[in-house]
Design a binder for this molecule. Sequence first.
Ligand code: SF4
Length: 372
Amino acid sequence: MKPMIPTPTPRLINELQSFGARLVDPKAGHESRRGGAGPSDHKAITIDGTTVMVPVHTAPAFESPYLVEKPDGLGRSRISRDGVALASVSFPPRPRFYDLSTADGVPYWKIAVLHGRDVLATTVLQTCIRYQSRTKTCRFCAIGQSLAAGRTVERKTPQQLAEVASAAVRLDGVTHMVMTTGTPPGRDRGAAILAESAAAVKAAVDLPIQGQCEPPSEDAWFWRMKEAGIDALGMHLEAVTTDVRERIMPGKAQIPVARYFDAFAAAVPVFGRGQVSTYILAGLGDTQEAVLATCERLIALGVYPFVVPFVPISGTPLESHPAPSPAFMHDILAPLARMLRASGLRAADVKAGCGRCGACSALSTYEREAVA
Ligand code: SF4
């Protein structure tokens, strides 16, 4: 009789996201996310029904104690540590929309990609005012890498996004969409291109959309984005204390945390409680206490704090920065899940985006455990 394999625990997911995993077959599953905006160098792996993004191309992943065996003909595999099988895993199949191209010959996968299990993700504008200069760039970001490598196009037009979103729904059953953007010059900070892109997608297909941008300088943009079809909004703090923000993201830190909180307070009545979120990268220098105190303030405003472990991306200035330990993540995510539970905010209620997907963090697994 085979030994019983337990369902994934928050501990296993935390360890996988901190240490990464070695793949016996690097070609298993569909293409990994490499470069691009935000976290990258991961592969989507489904562990007993829960899809998580696991670092596989980072320096720590090459030394990871976790090993994913070569999948069988149906894409099924096992994950083991020191020769002991811990869970059965599978890889989301290559999306069918990846085989299509626009009329002008751009492959759909250069316009948007599959994240997690059922999320369509795009970076509408693949350049950023902050990425141009070494003194301003966010030190964790790889937005220019996939562009330089020819894996994406600089500006995805509203028509292209509508075409790809329709195909991804029809062929691959995606259930929501994330639209992020590099920050363009101008006071709207990307809200305008997100709004025009969302309007085109919504005219073509009924798909919940999360927009992600820096706080625009006028709060009126929140209504404009909502009216254009954006269902949920992400404005990402990334780090929470001023000195860490100034060190890690000197350009973006020019917009102070106080402006983010004003923007959150203005956006929640527009999008609804729990439909505005922020992404916090734990492990960049903020203490657990600082992260949790910020999350407490966010939750009080009705903002969902999506806390993910920092992943050092190859080719970025932080490629040698350590990922946070599983214990560090546990000491944030366990109390955070209890706070969320007490407030009634749930990942499962977020209409679209990273909070709903949850694949980059063990947070939603902790939330389910807190409920149980
Ligand atoms: S949590 Fe966000 S960034 Fe991570 S896989 Fe899901 S949609 Fe992509």
